[in-house]
Design a protein. Structure first.
Length: 631
């Protein structure tokens, strides 16, 4: 009984200490916990796999446990969550908590390992885990997912202090594991980044003895000039987030080029839309982003084709050198919107003097990585915009910190440059890890994440053995090629391959015919960074048929990965009329309206096949004829 009372008292003391965390930086308190909603790697699932390394107690009061090494499934059934062991249901409730018997135990959710305690809730019909763990362990799952683990220790220590300061604002909230806060990868720790966390235990940044919290912002690259918080977000200026030149930043140059005419409609029958699924925009990444924005702004659920982007410009430069306003004009079709003549009606959206953030959200954050514009060029066919940097540019530049560390600067001096006037203090001491085996206090979900996003730089270095011997083996981060797809444009006889790569690699992509012969090489050992990649190639010299697109990736450790997909090329064919007179109809049926007539030996272009009918082009018109009269 005394043992139970003592544990309860420790539990109360531990959580009462959270209220002291932000009162003053001069008083050392006990290390707080954070609660992290797992979204980034899990997605939306109605069923997840669960496996433990070490036992976990279910809901703390019923004596039930998940036994180490046993696979379980947690799924939603009739508005409740059920824990299944094989075909047997061992527990059911509207909300389930799992607490480790020892804090060093781990829980694998869909094969991703996590430390700490868990609360599973039903969120919008999906299973949503909320992971509670001590902040230092949280940081060990954050730092290598926000900065490359292979970078110098002093740079990683800068990242650890900034991430810890940022996270301290969330000790009484439920945050998530995405760039809305900080990317948290769970129990995927690495020696270098974990040592950086350990060497800065409890250290945060303060200003006038007050923790700066979410003002400890950072981005990948400031382009050589840091930005002020007031310019970036319009809030009151903070003296420790100034505009200043950063000669150590890598500048990260970028450029985007948009073809004004995305789809040539000259030879398209706007009264019939059979071509809709066969024609793609010239810039699929940008057009996809524009469609998504339109779906969210006036055209929900509509199928769209971006026809042209005749205007895109950015202007009104602020004191930090970044643009603040912009203009864009978009011409597009809505699949079910026709004019009085029965043709698709061209829609035209003109946005003038909108915020640069609005323009960027329309064309895509990855397409336009920053607002630091260096050049804009417009021709009759193209609009090209170039710039520097990656992210908002406020606070610490991750590439700048890396280059400063390479030059021999300490983490204290790097912090002093990026957050001038702040003071680094030790805010707390480590907590007893085994107190985490007790039930956790539920905290409200934070519904208003701060605007300081875009802070992710995923780890690319190969992981080493974990620091703690109780941890599971850390897997090698091997290259992966995901979401490989091919879109074809028969107007230009060009195809676009699109794929996502999870780390820095060298890529070779090629096209092979059914005999295994390489008929096109799109990339040859080309170095690329993590993210979505798009590459164009011409199939004008290829015949109709099925081809295989193969993308091969290799990283610095010679880890390899390949992905492939098929593309079916069916270019228009030429046919000859064999009947003395052949009726052309508006649809693939003898009941179709007569729209023309053809003579013997007249040449036509076969656009597509519909059962026993060909859709043909004759002159500038389209129609359907019986296959039996076309050779």
């Amino acid at each position: 009984m005394k043992r139970v009372i003592s544990i309860f008292l420790v539990f109360l003391i531990f959580f009462s200490s959270l209220s002291e965390i932000l009162t003053t930086a001069s008083t050392l308190s006990t290390e707080p916990t954070v609660q992290v909603k797992l979204v980034n790697y899990l997605g939306n699932q109605t069923q997840i796999s669960v496996k433990t390394i070490g036992d976990y107690v279910i809901d703390s009061s019923n004596g039930l446990k998940l036994e180490s090494g046993t696979p379980y499934v947690l799924r939603i059934e009739h508005g409740k969550m059920a824990i299944m062991e094989g075909v047997n249901k061992i527990y059911e409730s509207t909300e389930i908590s799992l607490n480790p018997v020892q804090y060093s135990n781990n829980l694998l959710i869909n094969n991703r390992s996590y430390h700490g305690s868990f609360r599973f809730i039903i969120e919008n019909g999906y299973v949503r885990p909320i992971n509670t763990l001590f902040i230092e362990d949280y940081l060990k799952g954050v730092v290598p997912h926000e900065m490359y683990n292979s970078w110098p220790r002093e740079a990683l220590k800068v990242q650890a202090v900034a991430a810890r300061t940022y996270a301290m604002n969330s000790v009484n909230k439920v945050i998530n594991d995405t760039i809305s806060y900080q990317v948290y990868g769970g129990y995927y720790w690495y020696n270098n980044s974990s040592a950086a966390v350990d060497e800065t235990i409890g250290e945060i940044l303060t200003f006038n003895n007050v923790p700066i919290g979410t003002a400890a912002v950072y981005s990948a690259s400031n382009g050589g000039m840091s930005e002020s918080n007031s310019n970036a977000w319009g809030n009151a200026p903070l003296s420790y987030l100034p505009i200043q030149e950063d000669p150590f930043d890598s500048k990260s140059p970028w450029s985007l080029s948009i073809r004004k005419q995305q789809i040539n409609t000259t030879n398209l029958n706007l009264n019939q839309i059979e071509w809709w699924g066969q024609i793609s925009e010239e810039n699929p990444t940008i057009s996809t982003s524009i469609k998504k924005w339109l779906n969210q702004n006036g055209y929900p659920g509509k199928e769209l084709k971006i026809i042209a982007i005749p205007k895109l410009s950015l202007h009104t430069v602020r004191s930090g050198g970044r643009v603040s306003r912009g203009d864009i004009t978009i011409e597009f079709f809505v699949k079910d919107k026709f004019n009085a003549e029965g043709n698709l009606e061209l829609q035209r959206l003109v946005l003038t003097n909108k915020t640069a953030s609005t323009i960027r959200s329309i064309v895509g954050l990855s397409v336009m990585p920053s607002y630091l514009i260096s050049n804009q060029l417009e021709t009759d066919e193209f609009i090209t915009i170039s710039g520097y940097g990656n992210g908002h540019g406020v606070g610490m530049s991750q590439w700048g910190a890396k280059n400063r560390a390479d030059a021999g600067q300490t983490y204290q001096s790097i912090l002093a440059f990026y957050y001038p006037g702040t003071v680094k203090v030790k805010n707390y001491v480590l907590a007893n890890r085994e107190s985490m085996s007790q039930p956790v206090v539920n905290q409200p979900v934070d519904q208003s994440p701060p605007p300081e996003q875009e802070k992710v730089n995923p780890p690319t270095a190969q992981p080493v053995e974990p620091i703690k011997p109780v941890a599971p083996p850390v897997p090698v981060i091997k290259p992966e090629i995901l979401k490989l797809s091919v879109t074809t444009n028969y107007n230009t006889n060009h195809a676009t391959i699109s794929y996502y790569v999870n780390k820095e690699v060298k890529v070779t992509s090629k096209v092979m015919d059914t005999k295994g012969k390489v008929v096109a090489t799109i990339q040859s050992n080309q170095a690329i960074t993590r993210g979505i990649q798009n590459r164009n190639w011409s199939f004008s010299k290829l015949g109709n048929g099925t081809y295989t697109v193969i993308v091969q990736a290799v990283d610095g450790a010679n880890n390899q990965y390949s992905a492939k997909t098929n593309v079916h090329i069916k270019k228009y064919r030429t046919g000859t009329v064999t009947a003395s007179s052949l009726v052309v109809r508006s649809s693939a049926s003898t009941k179709g309206k007569r729209v023309g007539a053809l003579k013997r030996n007249q040449k036509v272009t076969i656009v597509s096949t519909s059962g026993d009918w060909y859709k043909i082009q004759f002159g500038k018109s389209y129609g359907f004829v019986s296959k039996r009269y076309i050779k």
